[in-house]
Design a binder for this molecule. Structure first.
Ligand SMILES: [Cu+2]
Length: 469
């Protein structure tokens, strides 16, 4: 641990001019200094201290890796290693990641940059890194066994290529992939355009995060890596609501959000209160003729999407995956639907045998979040989060875009809860109510039937000889 130092002393733009320090000729011959991160809070953007200027991104609950400039080449040092990640307050996970965190740090470069990436393996097994979506020489593509030998534990490999096209990319291992990605090994990569680009607009705020998922039994710390679909923690950058920071912006900011999906299923990403355009995919900026306004866009497995909108409605706007089970934390999925079932009597009898037995769900599941039932150590409530007006009853892939007139340019701090102006909030009606029009439950049919249904007797004979089919 002595080779590490804490890089970010505190939040704020002052902490970002970090890679600027002069490096001696001797140091240039060595590995770039190892920079690690142990905080799960969103770090301020890394203003580029050298090289071509660009508007940096902000990684949700993450950070950008500083580089060293060596004869015009941007040098980064990634270390694959076991890490501890707080998924949300109250739950920590033992994951694998890069430079102290899962996901690893975001890599930001400019179109045309020559990039040299040192990758040190401190995992107990071999690994590689694949630079998802990049144009690069075949030998730099990182598929273990196909493009290169695996990086054995304790070894360091060097990848070097020119970031040829601007866009939104990811990196992840291409070695024992199902284990290493289920353990949290992944990171974001943004290549900024080198000059004004007709399809890439300037924006005021540029956020990015990866969709990932874990299966961690309540009370345990390590993901089950053999799970294929039934994950119990749906996360953004290995954080679950209420542990995901809000995206804080200024009223009338143009906002870009870049999303990559490294889970095993698709995620329809839904923004409240605004329409957005999908301005980029894995293949780069989308042609203008293909853009249309949406409020939900699906991000399929292995895909990148970048969305853009004008934040012109003040408020706290929900932003989430629209699969309702992906906005929940750890829960059992084999719970019967008890809505409308009067089972208190039975529960009383069961309680005499099992004192901790609880009646769940006869009025829906909202009672569960109010109940604050005791949880095993190191897990998260299924539905949680306290808003200004009560329980938000969410989990997993959920946060807010907070839009404020008072938010200063470049300020990413949380402005607190939005106060709705008088007369602009839903309210309880206490006056008289007329009988509302109501749909009759009897259905019709598109064509009349010929008459009454006929009772028919049927004889079914099994084919001879076979029994048990
Ligand atoms: Cu989802």
């Amino acid at each position: 641990m002595t080779s590490r130092r804490e890089f970010f002393k505190g939040a704020g733009l002052a902490g970002t001019a970090i890679a600027a320090a002069a490096v001696s000729r001797v140091a240039m011959a060595a590995l770039p200094e190892l920079v690690t991160m142990d905080k799960a809070a969103t770090q301020p953007p890394l203003i580029p201290p050298n090289g071509r200027a660009y508007n940096p991104v902000v990684t949700l609950n993450g950070w950008t890796l500083p580089w060293r400039m060596n004869n015009g080449i941007k040098e980064f040092h990634l270390v694959a290693e076991p890490v501890v990640r707080e998924i949300a307050p109250g739950m920590k996970a033992h994951l694998w990641g890069y430079n102290g965190q899962s996901p690893g740090p975001t890599i930001e470069v400019v179109e045309g940059d020559r990039v040299r990436l040192f990758v040190t393996n401190k995992l107990p097994e071999h690994t590689t890194i694949h630079w998802h979506g990049q144009r690069l020489p075949n030998g730099m593509d990182g598929v273990g066994g196909l493009n290169q030998p695996q990086i054995k534990p304790g070894k360091t490999f060097v990848y070097e290529f020119i970031a040829r096209r601007p866009g939104t990319f990811m990196y992840h291992p291409h070695a024992d992939e199902s284990t290493q990605m289920a353990m949290g090994m992944m990171g974001f990569w943004v290549t900024h355009p080198k000059a004004r680009h007709s399809l890439i607009d300037e924006v005021n705020r540029d956020f990015c995060f990866l969709l990932n998922a874990y299966d961690i039994d309540p009370g345990s710390f390590t993901p089950k890596t053999s799970t294929m679909l039934d994950f119990n923690l749906w996360t953004w950058n290995s954080r679950a609501f209420p542990g995901i920071d809000s995206l804080n912006v200024r009223l009338n900011d143009k906002v870009r959000i870049r999303i990559g999906n490294l889970t095993m299923t698709n995620h329809p990403m839904h923004l409240h209160g605004h329409e957005f355009l999908v301005t980029g995919t894995d293949g780069g900026p989308t042609p203008k003729s293909t853009r249309r306004y949406e409020v939900t866009t699906d991000v399929a497995v292995g895909q990148m999407r970048q969305i853009e909108f004008l934040a012109d409605e003040a408020g706290d706007w929900a932003f989430h995956c629209h699969k309702s089970h992906h906005t929940m934390n750890a829960m059992g999925h084999d719970v019967p639907n008890m809505i409308g079932v009067e089972h208190r009597g039975i529960a009383r009898q069961i309680t005499s045998l099992i004192p901790d037995y609880m009646v769940m769900g006869e009025r829906g599941m909202a009672d569960m979040s109010e109940m604050e039932m005791p949880l095993p150590d190191n897990t998260l409530p299924m539905m949680t989060g306290q808003g200004p007006y009560g329980g938000v009853e969410m989990g997993g892939m959920f946060t807010m875009v907070k839009i404020r007139k008072e938010q200063k340019p470049g300020d990413y701090t949380d402005p607190g809860w939005y106060k709705q102006p008088a007369g602009t909030q839903a309210y309880e009606w206490t006056g008289p109510l007329a009988e509302p029009p109501r749909f009759k439950s009897e259905g019709g049919q598109s064509m009349p039937s010929s008459g009454k249904p006929v009772n028919m007797e049927m004889n079914v004979r099994k084919p001879s000889g076979h029994s048990g089919h």
